[in-house]
Design a protein around this ligand. Structure first.
Ligand code: NAD
Length: 289
C-alpha cells in the first residue's frame, strides 16, 4: 500500500506507546481491505492531550485510539460521549464523524464480544467481577447494558474505594435493569458464596500479570466448578494461573488477549464499518514465532 495525497491518518494517543501492536494490527487491516488510511503511534502525555485532539480536528483525522494515561483526561476536548464512556468517564476510541469527535469505550464491548464469539452471552447472567479499576468498569457497564442480571464487584478497600462506589452508582443509573453490588475483596466468605452462585467469574485486576505469573485471586481450586465460565483481562501472559487452574477444574475460559483483539475489532468497525479478521490478527501478531 502506498501513502498518497489522499491518505487519511489515524493513530494511538497515550504514553508509553512504543511497544504497542495497534499500528501493526490496524495497518494490516487497512491494507487487507484496501483502505487509503495509515495508523501511527503518538507519545502523548495528559498535558498534551488537548493539543493532540485539536490536531485531530485540524488534520481531519478519521479517528484515534486512546490509551493510558489519557483515557479520562481526553474527555473535556471531545464533542460527544457514548452512554458507556460517559458512565465510566473513560474513552479509548475517538471517531471523527464529519468534524464531530465522538468518544467511545470499546474495552467492555471487547469483553462481551469475545465471550459471544465463544458462544457465551452475558444476557441474564450473574457475574462476579474482581477489581474496580478501568478494565473492571468497562466490563461492568457493557455487561450491564448487554443485559447481565447481576454483577457483584469485589475490590480492595483501598484509597480508591469512594471513587469506585461513585462509579458503580453511575453504572447502575445508566443500566438500571442490572443489580450491581460492591464488596470488600477481603471478605472471603461473601466472595466464596458469590462465586458459588454466579455464572461468570471475571478477573479484572492486574493479578497474574508478568512478572508475577504465579499469582492468582483464587488460590483454592475447589472454588471452581465445571459450569463456571472463568475470564481474565490480563493478556501478558494470555494463559494466566487463574485460567490454567480453572481449565484444569473443567471450566470454560476466555483470555485477555481475546478481549484485547475484540476491543480493537470494535474500534476498527467504528472507523470503517468492516469486520476485523480477529483470528488472523491473533496468529499474525501474537502466535507467530
Ligand atoms: P487499574 O489500575 O485501573 O485497576 C487495577 C485493579 O486491580 C484495581 O481494582 C486494583 O484494586 C486491583 N489490584 C491491583 N493489585 C491487586 C492485588 N494485589 N490484589 C487485588 N487487587 C489488586 O488498571 P486497569 O486499567 O483496570 O488494568 C487492569 C489489568 O487489565 C491490567 O493487567 C491491564 O493490562 C488489563 N487490561 C486488559 C485489557 C484487555 O483488553 N484485555 C484492557 C484494559 C486493561
Amino acid at each position: 500500500m502506498q501513502i498518497s495525497g489522499t491518505t487519511k491518518l489515524l493513530g494511538l494517543l497515550g504514553t508509553p506507546v512504543a511497544h504497542s501492536k495497534s499500528p501493526a494490527m490496524y495497518n494490516y487491516c487497512f491494507q487487507k481491505f484496501g483502505l487509503d488510511w495509515a495508523y501511527l503511534a503518538f507519545d502523548i502525555s495528559q498535558t498534551q492531550i488537548g493539543a493532540a485532539v485539536a490536531a485531530m480536528r485540524t488534520l481531519s483525522m478519521r479517528g484515534a485510539n486512546v490509551t493510558m494515561p489519557c483515557k479520562t483526561a481526553v474527555i473535556p476536548y471531545l464533542d460527544r460521549l457514548t452512554p458507556a464512556a460517559a458512565a465510566i468517564q473513560a474513552v479509548n476510541t475517538i471517531v471523527n464523524e464529519d468534524g464531530v469527535l465522538v468518544g467511545h469505550n470499546t474495552d467492555g464491548c471487547g469483553y462481551t464480544q469475545n465471550l459471544r464469539r465463544g458462544g457465551v452471552d452475558v444476557k441474564g447472567k450473574k457475574i462476579v467481577l474482581l477489581g474496580g479499576g478501568g478494565a473492571a468498569s468497562a466490563i461492568a457497564i457493557q455487561a450491564a447494558l448487554d443485559g447481565a442480571a447481576e454483577i457483584a464487584i469485589f475490590n480492595l478497600r483501598d484509597a480508591f474505594w469512594d471513587q469506585i462506589t461513585q462509579r458503580v452508582k453511575a453504572i447502575g443509573e445508566a443500566a438500571p435493569s442490572c443489580t450491581l453490588s460492591l464488596h470488600d475483596l477481603a471478605d472471603t466468605a461473601t466472595l466464596r458464596r458469590a462465586i458459588d452462585g454466579c455464572d461468570i467469574l471475571s478477573n479484572a485486576t492486574r493479578v497474574g500479570m508478568e512478572p508475577n505469573v504465579d499469582d492468582t485471586m483464587i488460590p483454592d481450586s475447589s472454588w471452581f466448578r465445571p459450569e463456571l465460565v472463568v475470564t481474565d483481562v490480563v493478556y501478558a501472559p494470555p494463559q494466566t494461573r487463574l485460567l490454567r487452574d480453572a481449565k484444569a477444574a473443567g471450566c470454560r475460559t476466555f483470555d485477555g488477549l481475546g478481549m484485547l483483539l475484540c476491543q480493537g475489532a470494535e474500534a476498527f468497525h467504528l472507523y470503517s464499518g468492516l469486520e476485523m479478521p480477529v483470528e488472523e490478527i491473533r496468529k499474525l501478531l501474537y502466535e507467530s514465532p
